[in-house]
Ligand binder design. Structure first.
Ligand SMILES: CC(C)(COP(=O)(O)OP(=O)(O)OC[C@H]1O[C@@H](n2cnc3c(N)ncnc32)[C@H](O)[C@@H]1OP(=O)(O)O)[C@@H](O)C(=O)NCCC(=O)NCCS
Length: 154
């Protein structure tokens, strides 16, 4: 499944780091990665995607973030530009954590320059931690963490 042009455009804007639309790698769902991908819809209309995975499946990346064994990661994108900045990202993260992701702690690593994403994670209950520069990348990411017992009781 490839991202639509609108989605690529929004992702290029918010994932930042000088990447232009043509440089954004389209998302793909082919069953080869242990990642659980869901569509975000608003009144039946798909507007984006959200996914989760166990960090234990990505040990090299997890080690760079300090994500412990048993923790999960999530990523998301609202693909319709007109639908961003309306609270949907924050709401999608919150619903995903309440209904789908059962991990005790969740680590994510939005780009430091992606203020919109950082703010959405913070509003959903995450705490901003340290920043990291991953091997092979020329920009910094901010590690954000949520501990379920504090913000999303079972
Ligand atoms: C990041 C994303 C998921 C956030 O979802 P969203 O629905 O647009 O975000 P929300 O409306 O829930 O919250 C955005 C917050 O960021 C703030 N914000 C937006 N742009 C900002 C800026 N340039 N500077 C400071 N704050 C900004 C908004 O004011 C809002 O905070 P507030 O409610 O306190 O005013 C969405 O914009 C998106 O999909 N972007 C493209 C892909 C991406 O970056 N994904 C995340 C990668 S980890």
């Amino acid at each position: 499944m490839a991202c639509c042009a609108s989605c690529q455009s929004v992702v290029a804007r918010d994932f930042g780091s000088g990447r232009r639309r043509g440089e954004v790698r389209p998302a793909r769902v082919d069953g080869t990665e242990p990642i659980h991908v869901f569509m975000i819809d608003v009144e039946g209309q798909p507007v984006g995607w959200i996914q989760w995975y166990w960090w234990t499946h990505y040990p090299a990346h997890a080690a760079q973030l300090g994500a412990e064994s048993g923790s999960a990661g999530i990523d998301l994108a609202i693909g319709e530009e007109a639908m961003t900045g309306r609270g949907l990202g924050t709401a999608a993260i919150g619903q995903f954590l309440r209904k789908i992701v059962s991990a005790e702690s969740v680590f994510c690593d939005p780009e430091e320059a992606n203020v919109r994403s950082l703010r959405a994670f913070e509003k959903a209950g995450f705490t901003a931690m340290h920043s990291v520069q991953l091997a092979g990348e020329d920009f910094r990411r901010r590690v954000v963490r949520l501990t379920r017992s504090r913000s999303y009781p079972a």
